[in-house]
Design a protein around this ligand. Sequence first.
Ligand SMILES: Nc1ncnc2c1ncn2[C@@H]1O[C@H](COP(=O)(O)OP(=O)(O)OP(=O)(O)O)[C@@H](O)[C@H]1O
Ligand SMILES: [Mg+2]
Length: 245
Amino acid sequence: MLKIENLSVSVNEKKIIKDFSIDVKRGELHAIMGPNGSGKSTLSNFLSGREGYQLVHGKVLFKDKNLLDLNIDERARLGLFLAFQYPVELPGVSIVPFLKTAINSKLRSKNLKEIDALEFTKKIKEIASFLNITDEMLKRSVNYEFSGGEKKRYEILQMTLLDPDLSILDETDSGLDIDALKIVSKGVNRVRNKNNSMIVITHYQRLLDYIIPDYVHILVDGKIVKSGNKDLAIELEKKGYESFL
Ligand SMILES: Nc1ncnc2c1ncn2[C@@H]1O[C@H](COP(=O)(O)OP(=O)(O)OP(=O)(O)O)[C@@H](O)[C@H]1O
Ligand SMILES: [Mg+2]
C-alpha cells in the first residue's frame, strides 16, 4: 500500500527525516512512536502534500503510484487520509455539507453515483452516534471552537465516512479522556479491515491496548531505530527512549 524508501526530508534547509524506510502492506496497522521533535508530524505532513517540506532524496509509492507526483487533492482521491495532530478549524464551513461534498467528490472520481441526501443523513447520524458526537455538534462548523477531544472524534467521523485506503493518524489519542480514548479506538477498529492500512502515531502504549498494531517502529531523530511487534511498545513504556538513543 505504502512503500517509502530511503526518504530524507528537510524543513527550512534543516534535514528532519533521515533515510527513512517503511513498507506498509494492505491490511496492516503500523504504530510509530518517538520522542518529541523526532519528525513524526513532519513525516505525516510531508506525505499529505502540505507545503514547506523539501524532498532531499528517496521514493514514496502509494498504491504503486509515485505519491510525490500527486497534488493534495489527487492524494486524497487516491485514498490517502490524514488526521493532523492539530486539526484545522474551518469557521463558517458547516460539517454536514462539507462532508457530503467530500464524499461525493470521492465517489465521482471513482465514476460512482453520488450519495443521495437522505441516505447521507442516515449514514452520518449513525456514525456520529457511534462516536458519541451529538446532533448539536454536527450543526457546527468544522472543528471550529471544538474542544481538543471533540476535534479528535470529528477526525474519526470524517475518516469513517471517507473510508480511506490508507489512514495516517497523528496523535489522535493525545488529550483524550479515558472514555474518549475508548470511543476513538472503537472508531479506528471499525474502519480497519483486511483491505486497508493504517499508520498510528502515538506517545502512549495504552492506545495500543485498544488498537493492536501489527508492527511498532521507534523513530528517533528522523530515523527508525527499532521495529518490532506490539511488545516493543511495552518494552518502550518500561525503559523509555534512553536505551534506543
Ligand atoms: N516549519 C518548521 N520550521 C523549522 N523547524 C521545523 C518546522 N517544522 C518542524 N520543525 C522541526 O522539526 C523537528 C521535528 O518536528 P515534528 O513536529 O515532526 O516532531 P514530532 O515527532 O511530531 O514531535 P511531537 O511528538 O512533539 O509531536 C522539530 O525539531 C521541529 O522544531
Ligand atoms: Mg508531532
